[in-house]
Design a protein around this ligand. Structure first.
Ligand SMILES: [Zn+2]
Length: 295
């Protein structure tokens, strides 16, 4: 009798161990999962999927075209390894019309970037990912993404879409300030160059950083109080904003890791909370019969 209990416990222990090993082995990368493992991954991730959005564009004379792809994917991967969720494969269909004059820019039409993002989210939802977090790595996407999110309210959706919006706390800001050696920035600058030196130092051509100007040329300064699509080109025709002759791996590591810490918190909250889902449902229901909404 005792022997059979021992065997039973041994079998149970082995089963638990194998299950734990199998779940521990799940890759965070969507493209690396088998179909059976994908099903487990959706469960382990509580239906949370990160969608890192990069772009293919010039990054000054010294950084690779895919800089934003590397940055947002590193950020997403760092967070997903701390709080399990799935990271969508390389994605670069974003808004980048302002760099069409520079070599290597892939600027899809406004209609296509909208449709491909919508269908990607819809397909993720159809495949069980009901909580999608866009991790944007490209400033030119900011306005597009906010409008895209607002537009999701036009028709009922069976999933939640959020854009990760990191904020630098005072302590981190002071650390960044202490490490930074330049005052200007915005694109392919000291910060981005530092991040790339942390992620893929082999792709950074630091010696070329000073061969073009990243200064604001302010060519529309005589026309205040307006917004126009050519504003970025008016300021930074070299598609370079800042001075990347100075950079450090330490700064790059701090920038990635401090944002990853915030992203981990968002992933955890998204797993625990259904607040957005509830509000959406309430809103969709009320929107179907606005005359019934209490006045
Ligand atoms: Zn960039």
């Amino acid at each position: 009798m005792k022997k059979s209990i021992c065997i039973l416990f041994l079998c149970l222990f082995s089963w638990v161990y194998v299950q734990a090993q199998q779940s521990a082995k799940l890759s965070v990368h969507y493209e690396e999962l088998t179909a059976p493992d994908y099903v487990k991954a959706v469960g382990q991730a509580s239906s949370v999927c990160l969608l890192p959005m990069g772009i293919l564009e010039k990054h000054g004379p010294h950084l690779p075209l895919g800089t934003d792809i590397y940055e947002c994917r590193k950020l997403a991967e760092t967070a997903a390894l701390q709080e399990y969720c799935v990271v969508f494969p390389t994605y670069y269909a974003g808004q980048i019309n302002e760099a069409r004059h520079q070599p290597g820019t892939i600027a899809y039409s406004p209609e296509l970037i909208w449709q491909i993002l919508q269908e990607t989210c819809d397909e993720l939802s159809r495949n069980g990912m009901k909580k999608i977090i866009i991790v944007n790595g490209h400033g030119g996407n900011n306005d597009f993404l906010r409008y895209f999110c607002m537009s999701q309210l036009h028709k009922p959706k069976d999933y939640v879409l959020v854009v990760f919006t990191p904020e630098t706390d005072q302590e981190t800001a002071q650390k960044i300030e202490a490490l930074r050696q330049t005052k200007t920035g915005g694109h392919a600058d000291e910060e981005e160059t530092s991040m790339m030196r942390f992620i893929r130092p082999d792709l950074v051509k630091t010696d070329l950083a000073g061969t073009q100007s990243g200064a604001n040329q302010a060519r529309l300064s005589a026309l205040p109080n307006q917004y126009t699509g050519i504003w970025w080109y008016a300021q930074y025709p070299n598609h370079y904003a800042g001075d990347a002759t100075k950079s450090s791996v330490e700064l790059g590591k701090l920038l990635i890791e401090s944002e990853a810490t915030q992203l981990v918190k968002l992933i955890r909250k998204m797993k625990q909370s259904n607040q957005i889902e509830s509000l959406q449902e309430e809103f969709y229901k009320a929107s179907a019969n606005p005359l019934n909404t209490k006045q």
